[in-house]
Ligand binder design. Structure first.
Ligand SMILES: CC(C)(COP(=O)(O)OP(=O)(O)OC[C@H]1O[C@@H](n2cnc3c(N)ncnc32)[C@H](O)[C@@H]1OP(=O)(O)O)[C@@H](O)C(=O)NCCC(=O)NCCS
Length: 367
């Protein structure tokens, strides 16, 4: 049975920074309160010309470059997001088109902030079953577009960004060893974005009622998160037969430093084993785990051979954890320049649209 190795990684965050001081000019809050209660100092916010798909594309190109993998070699693209470009088509298909991943299947996955764990597990399972060889897993969010900037309970928390992994098959042991995924829909009302779905399609009334904004019971979500982080980590480690002592890094969902500290206490692990970067990005939902992992690899903290646990929780309620041994790129010849595939992707997309247009005229005549 092949193993699913993580051979490429990339992240993309908007340039625009929103600090706690900036927020204090928008709502009744202050830097000290936000840092004390959350650990967040600043977050990145998209500009008008940026979106979930542009961030996803940026992260994906970097991941392909690290893996030295051609987009045309991808079999599967999963984009995890709670703020997709559209309800449909899937953001994954937009990325597929732009990078010219001609033979990849593509779909979006929604498991809120646990989405990247779920998506990586799905891709790893597809590789381990032998049905595919190469997968691109993306976590991308622009939750700033759904935040009520007048609600101090939520607007201080979230930020925008994307992270991506390339997963590849190899007979050599390593990569993703185990994962656990959990849900409890009875807590669905604790964190919601109700507007724009089939129950509350956009109308003047839904906009007036603020249904297109994130709503959250912060205290309950906090309680839930502190309960499940350590528990899911232990479960995933048990499933992989790895002991806590063998773990080099925990990459937790970056929601609140106090939640991460509670997980560290629950696991009796020192905080320096936890990858933390939420002070600079806030909670980027499904993108937070890959962004934290990418930064830790680029800093030289996470190295080839290291054993790590990624663990997250979010709306749904959902939670999960995944264990992996970090691999790094497979040895390969030549250099793939994924940017060049953007040009190829654009030309290919244009040609396919043109063919569809011409076929449309011919077909209409035949009718
Ligand atoms: C949101 C969160 C930071 C609030 O922290 P908290 O310690 O629970 O704070 P509380 O809601 O109890 O509020 C305490 C006080 O601060 C006030 N307050 C709330 N938000 C504030 C803000 N942004 N700035 C200043 N004061 C604020 C409250 O009104 C309250 O005042 P009161 O005591 O006079 O009533 C915290 O509950 C949390 O992080 N929850 C988890 C959220 C999460 O992770 N969501 C994403 C899941 S993926």
């Amino acid at each position: 049975m092949p193993y699913a190795h993580i051979t490429g990684w990339g992240m993309a965050v908007p340039e625009q920074i929103l600090t706690n001081d900036d927020l204090s000019k928008m709502v009744d809050t202050n830097d000290e309160w936000i840092r004390d209660r959350t650990g967040i100092r600043e977050r990145r916010i998209v500009r008008e010309n940026e979106s979930t798909a542009t961030l996803a594309l940026g992260a994906s190109l970097k991941a392909l470059k690290v893996a030295n993998l051609r987009p045309t070699d991808l079999d599967l693209i999963i984009c995890s997001s709670s703020s997709p470009e559209y309800i449909f088509p899937a953001t994954a298909c937009l990325v597929q088109d732009q990078i010219g991943a001609t033979k990849a299947g593509a779909f979006d996955l929604l498991a809120a902030c646990s989405g990247f764990i779920y998506a990586t597990n799905m891709a790893a399972q597809a590789i381990r079953s032998g049905s595919i060889k190469n997968a691109l897993v993306i976590g991308s969010e622009t939750l700033s577009r759904f935040v009520n900037w007048k609600d101090r309970n939520t607007c201080i928390l979230f930020g925008d960004g994307a992270g991506a992994f390339i997963l590849q098959a190899s007979e050599r042991p390593g990569g993703v060893y185990s994962a656990v995924m959990h849900s409890d829909g009875s807590g669905g009302d604790l964190l919601t974005l109700q507007g724009g779905g089939s129950k509350h399609p956009a109308t003047e009334a839904t906009i007036h009622q603020g249904k297109h904004f994130i709503e959250m019971d912060g205290k309950e979500v906090f309680r839930f998160a502190t309960r499940v982080m350590a528990q899911a980590t232990r479960e995933a480690l048990d499933a992989a037969g790895i002991s806590l002592e063998e773990v080099d890094w925990i990459v937790p969902h970056q929601a609140n430093i106090r939640i991460i500290e509670a997980a560290a206490r629950g696991l009796k692990m020192p905080m320096d084993k936890f990858v933390v970067n939420l002070e600079r990005y806030g909670n980027t939902s499904t993108a937070s785990i890959p962004i934290a992992a990418v930064e830790a690899v680029e800093k030289g903290d996470i190295k080839s051979g290291d054993k790590l646990v990624m663990v997250g929780f979010g709306a749904g309620l959902t939670w999960g954890a995944l264990t992996a041994e970090w691999t790094g790129p497979f040895p390969s010849k030549g250099h793939v320049h994924p940017e060049q595939y953007l040009i190829f992707g654009r030309v290919r997309s244009f040609v396919r649209r043109a063919i569809r247009f011409i076929e449309g005229i011919i077909f209409r005549r035949e009718l």
